[in-house]
Design a protein around this ligand. Structure first.
Ligand SMILES: [Zn+2]
Length: 208
């Protein structure tokens, strides 16, 4: 059984649950993808004082697989791309509140040691508090890449994650939220439990 969740850009609802997508934390260089720790704490305080229950996206997937309604007070947090500011700034707030999260990494930036991205060592530390999942190797535009290049990208990323983190990722987020029938067929063949798209402005389930 395979599920594809098509997800609205920044906060979206599934059933009545909510998933928040973050990128950078306290990094004013990129205002459109940044959240300050002050705003983050305000969001967490709001959720805490209004009876929301923080779960993981895995919990959402399990509910959907069981054909059950996602409770309307469920919230899950995801973080895309693996920017270093999650490790240096954001993580401590998640730890303060004891909130789990799922971090989707573009493996190349970690593997090549790009300054703005988390290192493998930091990912090991991060994975004590949340899950680390897959957001491609090179964060390319899959819609413009050959099928062979897409396969190579996925396989390179998966094998590096297995090598460094010792498990095979279960969840995938399309880079730029871009896919079409050809791309999704390729990605589907890798057996992810769920595949997320963030730019569609719609929420849907394809039960294959
Ligand atoms: Zn991304």
């Amino acid at each position: 059984m395979r599920f594809i969740l098509l997800i609205l850009f920044s906060i979206y609802s599934f059933g009545d649950g909510h998933i928040f997508v973050y990128h950078r934390f306290n990094d004013n260089r990129y205002p459109t993808t940044n959240i300050s720790l002050k705003t983050l704490r305000a969001e967490f305080n709001y959720l805490k004082s209004h009876g929301y229950k923080v779960v993981t996206v895995d919990d959402f997937v399990k509910k959907i697989e069981a054909h059950e309604q996602v409770p309307d007070n469920w919230v899950a947090f995801t973080i895309d791309d693996g920017f270093k500011s999650f490790y240096t700034n954001g993580l401590k707030v998640f730890k303060e509140y004891g909130y789990p999260f799922t971090l989707f990494i573009a493996v190349k930036y970690t593997e090549r040691g790009y300054r703005d991205y988390v290192s493998w060592k930091q990912l090991k530390e991060i994975s004590k508090y949340g899950k680390v999942e897959f957001h491609s190797y090179g964060h390319g535009h899959y819609g413009r890449m050959s099928s062979r290049a897409i396969r190579e990208d996925i396989e390179r990323g998966l094998s590096l994650m297995e090598e460094h983190l010792n498990y095979k990722p279960n969840l995938f987020v399309y880079p730029y939220g871009e896919y079409d029938e050809r791309v999704s067929k390729i990605v589907d063949s890798y057996g992810f439990k769920a595949i997320f798209n963030q730019n569609m402005g719609a929420i849907n389930r394809v039960n294959g």
